[in-house]
Structure formats: C-alpha cells, structure tokens
Design a protein around this ligand. Structure first.
Ligand code: ADP
Ligand code: TRP
Length: 325
C-alpha cells in the first residue's frame, strides 16, 4: 500500500503528534511504500517569522529522523521542494466547492484564533492537503483524529475529479491508531493536546526530565481516587492511562490492575519515569543529528529526487485529462 503523511514545521513536536501519527508512520515503513514530508507551505497560513522558518524546517526534519523515520525505507522531503504540490492544488481548486472549505472545523478554529489574518491560504489549506495526497496516488494516510475531515475532503475531491475528467486518483483512506488518535491536553483533558494550547498542555518529544516531571505531576485529574479508564467521567486519568499504555505496550486492563490500590500520585510518578526512559533515546539521537547538518540536508534533497518522478508523472496525466496540453 502507498502511504503518505505530513506535519507542519510549527514548533516542538509533542507526544500527541507522536502517538497519534508519527508512531504509525514508523510502523508502516517496514512493509509499505511510505512518503512523509514537512508541510512548510501549509505553515505559511498562520503568522510566522520568515527568518525562523528555515530553522523550524531543519528542526522538524531532525525530530523525525531522531524518532525513527528511516530515509532508507521511506521517502522524506520538504513539501515546497516539489513544485507540483502547488500546481495540483490550483487544478484541484477548480473542482472543490467553496462551501466544503468554509465548513472545515480546522478552518473555523484557526479563523477565530487568528482573527486579524484570515487569509485565502487558510481557507484553501485542505485543497493543498488533498493535492499532497493525490499527487502520489496515495491509498492510506496515517493521521490523528483531528485530520479525518481533511482526508474525507480529499476523497470527495478525488471522486469529483474522476467523475468529471476520467479516473486519475484513488480515493485515500485515513488510517487512525486504535488507541491514541486523540491524546488530550495535560492541563485540560477535555481538549486535544496541541501546540496551539501552549507548552503546559504537552510534553515535547525532547523535553528534559525536570519539565516532564513538572508537567505530568501537575496534570489535571478528577477529585476521585479510583484509577479506571473512563474517558467521559475521568478524562484526565484515562488520558494518562492511554499515554502509559502506548509507551509501555501494556494494555489498559493490565494498567488498571497494576495501579488498582494506588493513588493518582503513584500513577503520575510511574508515568513520569516511563516517559523519561522512553524519550531519552530520542533526545540523544537528536543531539547527534544537530551536529550533522550537511547529512540531514542531503538526505532531504535525495529524497525529493525520489519523489519528483511520481509527482511529475501525475501532473502530466492530470493536465492532459483537463485539456492542458
Ligand atoms: P498541533 O495540533 O499540535 O499543531 P498538528 O496539527 O501539527 O498538531 O498535527 C500533526 C499530526 O499529529 C496530525 O496527524 C495530527 O492529527 C496529529 N495530532 C495532533 N495532535 C494530536 C493529539 N492530541 N492526539 C493525537 N494525534 C494528534
Ligand atoms: N494538515 C496536517 C496537520 O496539520 C499536515 C498535512 C499537510 C498533512 N499535508 C498533509 C497530513 C497530507 C496528511 C497528508 O497535521
């Protein structure tokens, strides 16, 4: 199966991104044809500083290599290095109904959050995402729950295009993890853990031990005592159990048993240690890669060369079908 996914270079990558998306990417690359990229063009739709963008792209590349994206197994590049993404976005704009874009949850949230900068790119964002996916005739897209609506729209766009011009694109499917598709914020377990909620909501993949301890120990829970997985009534404890389960490979049931007569403080202490130990290899690998700038940049360039022929071929086919010869 051909698998593709992307992530924006918009700051530190957190355990929500890892458990919801990147961990799957690493598993998929063993047995599938995988394409991953840094969605720098998408990140231009919210306020940013041009002088910081290059550094953020480089940081995001290192982060993915550090956690296990293997450029020998997967294609891993920077979106803006392949111009066909923007060309296909334009072509697909002409089949995507504007009403579909206006009802996207992420658009509405971001338009509210960045009131002074509701640019057209923010509205068209999901069409560029559909272009990313369809350009490589992708079948599966591993993402967290918040991105499902965008993948559904990519399916709609593919269907509309195929109906109008003849079949070019397969309809892609979102691939969600069974557990962890929506990790909640540590300081507010009713909301999704997210960069935009601020650093208190998440543990970054390269966080130092002291910060991990502070954030986990002060994670919001309920006033009860029983350690039980019940996302509706106990969102905080259930979130901690989910994170624990995914990093330890122990089932939620096993964990409920393990912590049966223990309090929340014990669960948090144990989770703190688990996170420190699990994230330590990532931190070390990142440190090493930070000293190998040339290698990282060459890796991205070589990967883009592998993606380019697929992109060129799909664009030629699309242009021909649309009468642009
Ligand atoms: P953020 O909301 O922190 O800015 P992104 O939008 O950059 O995160 O998301 C990158 C990837 O991580 C996407 O596939 C998204 O679905 C996934 N993801 C983001 N937050 C979470 C979360 N809290 N739980 C699970 N997956 C998540
Ligand atoms: N919109 C995605 C996010 O915010 C990032 C993204 C861009 C993406 N293009 C993609 C994800 C294509 C999957 C497939 O997380």
């Amino acid at each position: 199966m051909r698998i593709l996914s992307g992530i924006q270079p918009t700051g530190s990558i957190h355990i929500g991104n890892y458990l919801g998306a990147i961990k799957q990417w690493i598993d998929f690359q063993e047995k599938n044809e995988c394409i991953f990229f840094i969605a720098d063009l998408h990140s231009l739709t919210i306020p940013y500083k041009p002088e910081e963008l290059q550094k953020n792209i480089f940081e995001a590349a290192i982060a993915h290599l550090a956690v296990g994206i293997d450029p020998q197994k997967s294609v891993f590049f920077v979106q803006s290095h392949i111009k066909e993404h923007t060309e296909l976005c334009w072509l697909l704009n002409t089949v995507c109904p504007v009403g579909e874009l206006q009802r996207m949850t992420q658009y509405k949230e971001k338009a509210k959050q960045f009131k002074g900068n509701v640019n057209t790119g923010l509205l068209v964002y999901p069409v560029l995402q559909a272009a990313d996916i369809l350009l490589y005739k992708t079948q599966g897209v591993p993402v967290g729950k918040d991105q499902v609506q965008h993948i559904e729209l990519a399916r709609t766009i593919a269907r509309k295009f195929n109906q109008k011009f003849g079949k070019v694109f397969p309809e892609p499917k979102a691939l969600l993890p069974k557990l962890g598709a929506k990790i909640m914020a540590l300081n507010n377990p009713k909301q999704k853990m997210s960069k935009s909620l601020g650093p208190q909501s998440y543990v970054s993949l390269f966080e130092d031990s002291k910060e991990i301890k502070k954030k986990v120990m002060s994670a919001v829970t309920d006033t009860g005592k029983v350690i039980k997985y019940d996302p509706k009534r106990k969102p905080g404890v259930s979130n901690l159990l989910t994170i624990y389960s995914l990093f330890s490979n122990k089932s939620i049931k096993e964990l409920e048993k393990k912590f049966k007569d223990k309090g929340y403080a014990q669960l948090k202490k144990s989770l703190t240690q688990l996170l420190i130990d699990s994230l330590d290899p990532f931190r070390r690998k990142r440190k090493e890669l930070l000293t190998r700038e040339v290698f990282v940049k060459e890796t991205l360039k070589l990967s883009a060369k592998r993606a380019q022929p697929i992109a060129s071929s799909t664009i030629s086919e699309t242009r021909a079908k649309m009468g642009l010869v």
